[in-house]
Design a protein around this ligand. Structure first.
Ligand SMILES: [Zn+2]
Ligand SMILES: [Zn+2]
Ligand SMILES: [Zn+2]
Length: 145
């Protein structure tokens, strides 16, 4: 039994070809991917956006993936590689030219446990986002209108 099947079973999801293939694409990527980018990794017409979106939502609800806000609020998804008990989050860099989302994994985002406890907060989303121009886009120089 491979690892992707174990992830689905452990989270109470039935094994479908689409779920296995979407997991494979997420695992194969070294950065968060948008729904459009994931659909684009499949041969034309093999995965529609609605199925991709629903599957990712299901993965998100079960903590299989993390959701990252890219340029213009476009959601991007990455595999959760956190240890079993708690999610350990890192910031991301979003390029405003090419819209690429990069993981900044050398830094951890600390949880404000004190306030979470004292104010009885339930944290559903965390976004620490650096925006700017990525290396390859900078090398291309300023855009000529
Ligand atoms: Zn996680
Ligand atoms: Zn860029
Ligand atoms: Zn990341």
């Amino acid at each position: 039994m491979n690892n992707r099947r174990q992830i689905l079973i452990r989270n109470g999801l039935s094994i479908t070809n689409n779920r296995l293939r979407i997991l494979a694409k997420l695992k194969g990527a070294n950065r968060p991917l948008s729904v459009g980018q994931i659909v684009g990794l499949f041969p034309e017409g093999e995965l529609d956006r609605v199925t991709a979106y629903r599957t990712l939502r299901m993965f998100l609800d079960r903590g299989i993936v993390h959701r990252i806000e890219g340029d213009n609020g476009t959601w991007h998804y990455e595999m959760c590689k956190c240890p079993d008990i708690e999610h350990v989050l890192h910031p991301h860099f979003v390029c405003s030219e090419c819209k690429k989302v990069m993981c900044l994994e050398s830094t951890r985002v600390a949880f404000p446990y004190k306030e979470i406890r004292e104010c009885n907060l339930s944290v559903e989303d965390v976004q620490v986002k650096f925006t700017g121009i990525c290396g390859p886009c900078r090398e291309k120089g300023p855009r000529v209108c």
